[in-house]
Design a binder for this molecule. Structure first.
Ligand code: ADP
Length: 483
């Protein structure tokens, strides 16, 4: 069955700016994770073409003083409208290169656009202070200024939203943005930039660097160490985040980092089990389980354990896997073979540990689609307890007391999202105080919104995205003393 037409999806956007690079620097091949077909080949940037882009943007910041926050706000407003106008085309392109179900891709476009809309307004509200000076002959002002040229490095799991979330806040603060999209999914970002060009964002304010995985490290090095770049905003793995920080140490580069998570999903004895199991389906299997806020360790109170597991299992059995363009499909392919190999290792490790597999299908081919798997584990010393699963695998653990649930939830170096299901106000108060996570989501499996701060404690990152907190990341504070 023909489910999509690659040529027709690509024809909705023009990638000319990035196709005009010379192939002398090598190419970036973009594949469809559903059937491994080649979608498109883009000529790669080199370190010197990337430096040229950075220099052009830097020159513009220094020479063109008419650059204004209000103007960027107007452009963001137009960009938001343009993105919504092209919502279906962007969603199709995302399914093609990323594999997620179409309905999820459409929500991602809306979610990303909502950030652009929110920040299009928020730039106007940047304000400084006039301080009460202790000296009669001195005036004290505090000004907020754009930090400068920002580099963003984004992952493949939300190719549109992660770029939109960073770029819109930085642009609203009056910064310019050079972005490096993930090598698995560059086309969605380039399509967004194509739409940005149509409404007036010029290359000097918004541009991209496109490279294959083999060159990512040298480009990362360049972005972290180049003194014309004032901040690096990165979303990706904790290991790469740490590497970037080390690369930026020599120039004291500033970073915002959205890194890995290891989310606990706690179901207390007084929880609404039907609600909790429905929300767990969303939280666990969205994007084939490939998000840093997916439920990673599911803790269920002993007294309701069997009941909860049987209700959840029935829902899991009804999940349809397949091509993201096919109606009703809830789980598409994993992103690439490296991700699939890692995922299979987590499953083997659980098997060796003696965990109980309640729902599982052996993988019979070389494809990237995996059926949802449900496992009950009595042991905590399994890889799936410590690592981000990033696949459609639900591992459920029992707990007896609140204290145990909180201690086990916090027993990780990560601290991004956490989930709690309970009907007790006192328990909500207790858990929200004690969970060491940047986000505590109560009685729901999803939470992300343009008005709210997204970010983690501990090794899950530095800084926040979203709302007024996200804008702060791209502003400098200048104290002016006038005599
Ligand atoms: P994943 O393993 O899920 O792909 P990564 O952290 O490796 O997550 O990738 C997230 C983003 O970071 C991608 O855009 C990727 O190209 C980029 N990246 C990976 N390694 C480096 C590096 N050494 N320097 C700069 N960027 C990197």
């Amino acid at each position: 069955m023909q489910k999509f037409n690659t040529k027709s999806i690509l024809s909705k956007f023009d990638f000319y700016e990035y196709e005009s690079n010379s192939s002398a620097n090598g190419n970036l091949n973009v594949f469809n994770p559903y059937d491994n077909s080649l979608i498109k080949t883009l000529p790669s940037d080199s370190v010197s073409s990337a430096i040229e882009k950075i220099n052009r943007m830097d020159r513009y910041r220094r020479e063109e003083r008419d650059f204004s926050i209000i103007n960027n706000g107007h452009l963001l407003e137009k960009w938001h409208l343009k993105i919504l106008e092209k919502k279906n085309d962007l969603a199709d392109l995302m399914v093609l290169e990323q594999g997620k179900p179409l309905a999820e891709a459409i929500s991602e476009v809306e979610y990303g656009a909502a950030f652009i809309k929110w920040y299009s307004e928020e730039g106007k509200r940047i304000k400084g202070d006039l301080l009460e000076s202790p000296y009669s002959d001195r005036e004290f002002l505090v000004k907020r200024q754009p930090i400068g040229l920002v580099a963003t490095i984004t992952p493949w799991n939300f190719p549109l939203a992660m770029f939109a979330r960073k770029a819109s806040a930085a642009l609203a603060a009056g910064c310019s943005v050079i972005t490096k999209p993930a090598e698995d999914t560059p086309l969605t970002t380039l399509a967004m930039i194509f739409l940005a060009r149509e409404i007036g964002f010029i290359r000097e304010i918004l541009d991209a660097i496109v490279v294959p995985r083999s060159k990512v490290s040298e480009i990362g090095q360049l972005l972290c160490a180049n003194q014309k770049i004032s901040k690096v905003s990165f979303t990706g793995s904790t290991a790469v985040g740490k590497q970037l920080v080390m690369q930026g140490a020599g120039t004291l580069q500033k970073f915002s980092l959205e890194l890995g998570g290891n989310a606990p999903f706690i179901v207390r004895e007084d929880a609404d089990i039907e609600l909790a199991s429905n929300e767990l389906i969303l939280s666990k299997f969205r994007n084939a389980g490939q998000t840093c806020v997916c439920a990673n360790r599911i803790f269920v109170n002993t007294t309701i354990f069997d009941n909860f597991v049987s209700i959840f299992l029935n829902k899991v059995k009804a999940i349809k896997t397949g091509c993201g363009f096919e109606a009703g499909v809830q789980i598409g392919p994993l992103i690439n073979h490296a991700a699939a190999d890692r995922y299979k290792k987590l499953i083997s490790d659980l098997k060796l540990s003696g965990a109980k597999f309640l729902h599982y299908k052996e993988i019979s081919n070389e494809g990237l689609i995996f059926e949802p798997t449900v496992v009950v584990s009595a042991k905590r010393d399994v890889r799936a307890f410590d690592e981000e699963i990033f696949g459609p695998l639900a591992v459920i653990y029992k707990f007896d007391t609140d204290r145990e649930a909180i201690e086990q939830s916090n027993a990780t170096n990560y601290g991004l999202a956490s989930y709690l299901f309970t009907e007790s106000r006192q328990a909500i108060k207790n858990y929200t105080n004690l969970l060491d996570f940047g986000i505590v989501c109560v009685n729901a499996g999803t939470f992300s919104n343009s008005v709210a701060p997204f970010g983690g404690f501990k090794e899950s990152g530095v800084g926040r995205e979203g709302g007024r907190y996200g804008l702060e990341e791209f502003l400098e504070t200048k104290f002016v003393s006038i005599k």
